[in-house]
Design a binder for this molecule. Structure first.
Ligand code: C2E
Ligand code: CA
Ligand code: CA
Ligand code: CA
Length: 269
């Protein structure tokens, strides 16, 4: 801190300093929140066109003693930058597996998978595969009911290693979804080689799909791609029946969004 103070002395910017202080404070708070058990998971169903549950995505929340329920947009990025995503991500994985076992054969005896978001920095950890397999084993769940959601960022960096890691988990039964599809830079030839089960059309293309012909064309293209590659395609952020109907006319059979259900704590489901 001393060295930084010397380097920045002649450009001292109070706004920047207070931003740094806020980051340091938030980092400490996240660490304490983990120790105090202030994180919790909400779940949002994935459905077929008729609204039947075909999956469930775990979405982390922070029950902050003063600020109330805090959205992941507020803390995931910093958790990634500070490495705190490793213990937080482990907690999410353990907690989702525990919940899955609790649901067991309940909820209409559905056999649907639970999807867990995995940050690139988590996935890149050298022990990631072993860690996931250990959590699955310890929790006693069927590994085929766990799906990991990766974003394109993890896939571009080190393709060979990524494919090898995914393959090891897939061999054990764990599934993979490519999140926020269309917002990153994966090449199509590369996509073909990934052991994926699902791709998710990013919410940004679904929002104006009824009015913006470009978004409609993108959604149609992703759905066609999914069909060619034999992947399930989930449309994210579906907020109206009209969006659902239109996406269905493009060949979509899987949806996630407020139209069907908001994310909810498991005790309310
Ligand atoms: P995401 O993985 O793309 O998750 C979908 C987000 O869209 C969720 O926001 C969900 O609440 C929201 N959403 C669902 N349906 C609708 C809809 O119809 N309309 C609108 N406007 N939004 C909808 P949430 O829960 O705030 O999560 C934000 C992001 O934080 C997630 O985006 C994901 O990238 C990250 N995240 C959440 N939980 C975890 C986690 O456990 N680990 C990691 N690494 N990241 C997480
Ligand atoms: Ca996701
Ligand atoms: Ca997403
Ligand atoms: Ca997103």
């Amino acid at each position: 801190a001393k060295a930084a103070g010397r380097n920045t002395a002649c450009f001292f910017d109070p706004a920047m300093q207070s931003a740094i202080n806020a980051r340091v404070a938030l980092e400490r708070e996240i660490r304490e929140a983990l120790a105090r058990g202030e994180f919790l998971l909400y779940y949002q169903p994935q459905t077929d066109s008729a609204g039947n549950t075909i999956g469930m995505e775990a979405l982390v929340r922070w029950r902050h003693p003063q600020r109330g329920l805090v959205s992941p947009d507020y803390f995931i990025r910093l958790a990634e930058e500070t490495g705190l995503i490793l213990p937080l991500g482990l907690w999410v994985l353990e907690s989702a597996c525990r919940q899955l076992r609790e649901w067991g054969g309940q909820r209409g005896g559905g056999n649907w998978p639970v999807s867990v978001n995995v940050s690139a920095s988590q996935f890149r950890h050298p022990q990631f595969v072993e860690l996931v397999l250990k959590v699955v084993r310890d929790s006693g769940i069927d590994p085929r009911r766990l799906k990991l959601e990766l974003t394109e960022s993890v896939l571009v960096e080190n393709p060979e290693e990524t494919i090898a890691k995914m393959a090891r988990l897939r061999e054990a039964g764990v599934g993979f979804s490519l999140d926020d599809f269309g917002t990153g830079y994966s090449s199509l030839s590369y996509l073909k080689r990934l052991p994926l089960d699902q791709i998710k059309i990013d919410r940004s293309f679904v929002r104006d799909v009824l009015t913006d012909p470009n978004d409609a064309a993108i959604a149609r293209t992703i759905l066609a791609l999914g069909q060619i590659l034999g992947l399930q395609v989930v449309a994210e952020g579906v907020e109206s029946g009209a969006q659902r109907d239109f996406l269905e006319s493009l060949g979509c059979h899987a949806y996630q969004g407020y139209f069907f259900s908001h994310p909810m704590p498991p005790e309310r489901m």
